[in-house]
Design a protein. Structure first.
Length: 251
């Protein structure tokens, strides 16, 4: 059974940075497990955070604009073709970690056969891995439009501002029906001594469940291109136990 984790939040909340450092912590805990990163954010920043300029996307396959590394095998069914094409756009990060990028995602209301075929092919791909981590666009609705898969843990990234807290509440509301059996909560990002009390007050005011706190990393702030952060990794290690990850299934 694949463990699925979605990181959501508004643009600029730190999703990509958190995903990258979450991966580092998981690589420490689950050294031999396979991990798939799915970039479901329109900015496509996750690949660039690993110094990869990924141009081949799931959208490219659906739109017929993808250029293949090799010739297309003969006598394939449409479903086999889509599954084969997905293999073509997977990029390795390390020995046990891969990344795939979605870019634009069509509506589930579309009755085109490829919508279901792509959903089925993605489910088959994701279920090959032990862990799947989604860098989401805003909430789980956009992810659902890409692939209909149960999400075990949804982390809503929010900053210590009224606007961010309001948005976190909306994200939780919009995402609830897509994570009915999973755990969902807020991760407060960019916390320091000056805004810590305000951040907690905001979570109470908006009835937000807090999974963890990420302190402000001034070194990271001064160097936005460097998304690796020992401060963030330490914070993730601190609140990791709150994620209720089934170690018996993964260890």
């Amino acid at each position: 059974m694949t463990l699925t984790i979605a990181v959501t939040g508004k643009s600029g909340s730190g999703k990509t940075t958190i995903v990258k450092n979450l991966l580092s912590v998981f690589r420490e805990i689950f050294k031999e497990k396979t991990i798939l990163l799915i970039d479901n954010d329109l900015s496509c920043e996750l690949g660039r955070s690993f110094d990869k300029d990924i141009r081949k996307t799931i959208y490219g396959i659906k739109s017929g604009k993808h250029e293949y590394k090799t010739g297309i095998p003969e006598n394939m069914t449409k479903q086999e073709y889509i599954e084969w094409a997905l293999e073509d756009i997977i990029e390795p990060i390390d020995e046990n970690t891969d990344i795939i990028v979605s870019w634009l995602v069509g509506s589930k209301d579309c009755r085109c056969p490829i919508t279901k075929q792509m959903n089925d092919a993605l489910l088959k791909l994701i279920n090959r891995y032990d862990i799947a981590i989604f860098d989401c666009e805003f909430d789980l609705k956009y992810l659902y439009q890409l692939v209909d898969i149960p999400i075990d843990i949804t982390m809503i990234l929010t900053r210590p501002t009224v606007e961010s807290a309001e948005l976190a509440g909306r994200i939780e509301e919009y995402s609830a029906k897509y994570a009915t059996e999973g755990q969902m909560g807020v991760v407060l990002n960019g916390i320091n001594n000056e805004n810590k009390e305000k951040a907690y007050k905001l979570t109470e005011d908006y009835s937000l469940s807090v999974l963890g706190i990420i302190p402000e990393d001034k070194d990271l702030k001064d160097n936005s291109n460097n998304r690796n952060s020992e401060v963030i990794k330490d914070a993730i290690r601190e609140f990791y136990f709150r994620l209720n990850i089934p170690r018996s299934d993964l260890s």
